[in-house]
Design a protein around this ligand. Structure first.
Ligand code: C5P
Length: 233
C-alpha cells in the first residue's frame, strides 16, 4: 500500500462517525481508523457500513491473548474485509504467528498486520518499576519490532520519532504507522512526542494516524487535504 494519511475516527457512535465522513463525499475517500471506543459502541456493523462507502479501514483493536484465541478472533476480523489490523507485540512471537494464520483467508489474501511495541503512555519508570523490564524503552521497542518481523508481520505502530530506529533494525520495507502528528502552527492536545506530517514523511513513516487535527478542525476536508499535501503527495 502507498504512503497515506489515516484519520482516527475517535467518535462514540455510528451516527457521529457517518456524519463526519459525509463531509468527504464526492472527493477522495480517506483511509480511516476505527478504535475500541467506536467498535465496542457500534459493533462490526459500523465497519461494514464504512467499508461499503468505499473507505479503507485500520481496525485498531490491539489484540493480546493466548495464540488460539487470537487466531480465531483474527479469522472473524478478516471476514470483515478490513485493510489493516493490529496486536500487542507483548503477546510474543507465537501469538503474532497465530494472528497471521487466523487473518489469512482461504485464497491466501489477508489484511496487513502490525504490532504495537510499547504504548507511548508507558514511561521508563513504569517499564522498570511496574513491568520489571530492565532494558530501556528504545531497546524494548526495537526488540519487539524484531519479534514482529520474525513472526512475519508487516510492521509496527510507533511514534514518528521512533520510525527511523525501527527501519534501521527491521529494514525499509517494514511498515511504520505513526500517530502523534500535529501541524506546525496548531495545538498539541495531550500528545507529547509529536511531529508534523512533513517531518514524519522525512523520517520515513509509511502511514500517519491523525485524529483531532482533522476531526476537531472547523474545516476537516481542508485539514485532511493539507495533511495529504504535506505527507503523501
Ligand atoms: O487526536 P490524535 O491525532 O491525538 O489521535 C491519535 C490517534 O492515535 C488516537 O486514536 C490515539 O488513540 C492513537 N494512538 C496514539 N498513540 C499511540 C497509539 C495510538 O495517539 N501510541
Amino acid at each position: 500500500m502507498e504512503r497515506d494519511v489515516i484519520i482516527a475516527c475517535d467518535f462514540s457512535s455510528a451516527e457521529a462517525t457517518l456524519a463526519f465522513l459525509d463531509k468527504f463525499q464526492g472527493g477522495r475517500k480517506p483511509f480511516v481508523k476505527i478504535g475500541m471506543e467506536l467498535f465496542y459502541a457500534a459493533g462490526p456493523d459500523i465497519v461494514r457500513q464504512i467499508k461499503a462507502r468505499g473507505h479503507k479501514i485500520f481496525l485498531d483493536l490491539k489484540l493480546h491473548d493466548i495464540p488460539n484465541t487470537v487466531r480465531k478472533a483474527m479469522s472473524v476480523l478478516s471476514g470483515l474485509d478490513v485493510d489493516l489490523v493490529n496486536v500487542h507485540a507483548g503477546g510474543g512471537i507465537a501469538m503474532m504467528e497465530a494472528a497471521l494464520e487466523g487473518l489469512t483467508r482461504p485464497d491466501g489474501t489477508r489484511p496487513l498486520l502490525i504490532a504495537v511495541t510499547q504504548l507511548t503512555s508507558t514511561s521508563e519508570e513504569v517499564l522498570h518499576n511496574q513491568l520489571l523490564i530492565g532494558p530501556s524503552i528504545n531497546e524494548t521497542i526495537v526488540k519487539y519490532a524484531q519479534n514482529a518481523k520474525a513472526a512475519g508481520l508487516d510492521g509496527v505502530v510507533c511514534s514518528p520519532l521512533e520510525a527511523a530506529m525501527v527501519k534501521d533494525a527491521c529494514g525499509a520495507s517494514f511498515l511504520t504507522v505513526t500517530p502523534g502528528i500535529r501541524f506546525a502552527d496548531a495545538a498539541t492536545d495531550d500528545q507529547v512526542r509529536i511531529t508534523t506530517p512533513a517531518k514524519a514523511r522525512q523520517i520515513g513513516s509509511d502511514f500517519i494516524v491523525v485524529g483531532r487535527p482533522i476531526t476537531a478542525s472547523p474545516d476537516p476536508l481542508a485539514s485532511y487535504t493539507r495533511c495529504l499535501q504535506e505527507f503523501a503527495d
